[in-house]
Design a protein around this ligand. Structure first.
Ligand SMILES: NC(=O)c1ccc[n+]([C@@H]2O[C@H](COP(=O)([O-])OP(=O)(O)OC[C@H]3O[C@@H](n4cnc5c(N)ncnc54)[C@H](O)[C@@H]3O)[C@@H](O)[C@H]2O)c1
Length: 382
């Protein structure tokens, strides 16, 4: 398979390049270094020092003899993207190239406008590049479980059958996002569903929960191959942040009551989910939606798990409930259906104490790089 990975320098993009390359596929990685540059400007850089995409591709080739082709460019630049499609004619495109942070999108109008423009135009360009460049190409787009919000009914896997006044039809599951970023993800889905209906595209939309971890079989070969690791309020996801806070001796920052519940997954499972979707693609004219999570926890449950393991390892972990800067329900119903990826063959890595211990061990090696000012920047939703 020839796989085009957009957002290849990112937390998920880079290990995905390695995962496909290791399995013998031809990989082309694209990034414009938005994330690297924004993290440097906002003083919230990765815990793990990461060579840039070009350098990491060289390291991978030196170690394994496998080549990842890299281009630095912007997916919102249509001429650039189309030239890549024409040059490589990919079988699969994995779309990670978005502004991925809810807090970033809530900083001010400028960041909101950038997020809208970047995320929607990149998705639009991919739809057009596939139509013009190779209509058989399967699009795998990363959505988020945050698109659904926290409705007071079960969250189905993408679609909902509705009976109304004696008639039935099937619709995308209702979405009510909790940030501007999440709103752009809803709009991405709508864009792709529109073009799937118009042009018969083949699309898999992975409604992913927050990912944790930084260890994959390929990245573990050499520490220079590790993915970014963000623990800050802007680009860090909650579990990654809690682990680094615990190692730094900083109280775990639980927002509000901490009863907010979300579905999580290990980065190793993200790799599996994307790979399984690529090797068993959607049909022409199909928008296939999978809910990509392996287990659900409330923020308090996560904090307690980390405290238990951290205390056992001698970190004396404290938990602080701070005023919630977000507008979100702190008590809510949460029951998600997620069988599709398991049926494709996903073998989940659950959040065991052993996994947490290994996570503490890696984080501890980079303790001297922790920037405590990055934990809380006070970005408010109000
Ligand atoms: N990490 C998670 O927990 C999580 C959860 C749910 C969904 N997602 C989704 O997965 C995708 C990847 O997330 P991530 O955590 O790896 O984010 P990331 O920021 O680490 O990776 C995205 C990469 O895309 C690049 N990029 C952004 N805009 C670009 C553009 N216009 N042209 C070229 N490159 C561009 C960035 O520089 C970055 O390297 C995102 O779409 C995000 O919404 C992530």
């Amino acid at each position: 398979m020839r796989v085009l990975i957009l957002g290849a320098d990112g937390y998920l993009g880079w290990p995905t390049c390695l995962y496909f390359s290791q399995r013998g596929h031809e990989v082309i990685g694209i990034d414009n270094y938005f994330h690297r540059n924004a993290a440097a400007e906002l003083d919230c850089e990765s815990l793990v020092p990461t060579p840039d995409l070009v350098q990491r591709a060289k390291i991978w080739e030196e170690l394994t003899g496998k080549k990842i082709k890299v281009h630095i460019g912007d997916v919102t630049d249509y001429d650039f993207l189309l030239s890549i499609f024409k040059e490589y004619n990919p079988d699969t495109v994995v779309h990670y190239a978005e502004q991925p942070s809810a807090p970033y999108s809530m900083i001010s109008r400028n960041e909101a406008a950038f997020t809208l423009q970047n995320n929607l135009i990149s998705t639009l360009n991919i739809a057009y590049a596939v139509k013009e460049g190779n209509p058989d190409c399967h699009i795998i787009k990363l959505g988020t479980m945050g698109e659904y919000g926290t409705p007071n009914i079960d969250i189905e896997e993408g679609w909902l059958e509705i009976e109304h006044k004696g008639r039935k039809d099937k619709f995308l599951f209702p979405r009510q996002a909790g940030s501007l970023y999440h709103t752009t993800k809803v709009q991405d889905t709508d864009l792709l569903w529109f073009y799937t209906r118009m042009w018969g595209l083949r699309v898999t939309d992975l409604m992913q929960g927050p990912v944790y971890g930084l260890s994959t079989d390929e990245a573990d070969l050499d520490k220079r191959l590790m993915p970014y690791f963000h623990y800050d309020e802007i680009f860090g996801t909650v579990l990654n942040r809690f682990i680094v806070q615990a190692v730094a001796g900083y109280p775990l920052t639980v927002f509000g009551k901490g009863n907010q519940t979300r579905g999580f997954l290990n980065i190793k499972d993200t790799m599996q989910c994307v790979y399984l979707s690529a090797t068993q693609p959607a049909e022409h004219g199909q928008l296939r939606v999978f809910n990509q999570l392996t287990e659900a926890f409330s923020v308090n449950q996560l904090a307690e798990k980390i405290k238990k393991v951290g205390d056992r390892l001698g970190y004396n972990v404290k938990i602080d409930q701070i005023e919630n800067p977000r507008v979100e329900k702190e008590d809510h119903y949460y029951n998600v259906q997620y069988t599709g990826l398991l049926e494709l063959g996903l073998k989940p890595h659950f959040l065991t104490d052993e996994i947490l211990e290994s996570f503490f061990a890696i984080t501890d090696q980079y303790k001297s790089r922790i920037n405590k000012d990055a934990f809380f920047k006070g970005i408010s939703w109000k």
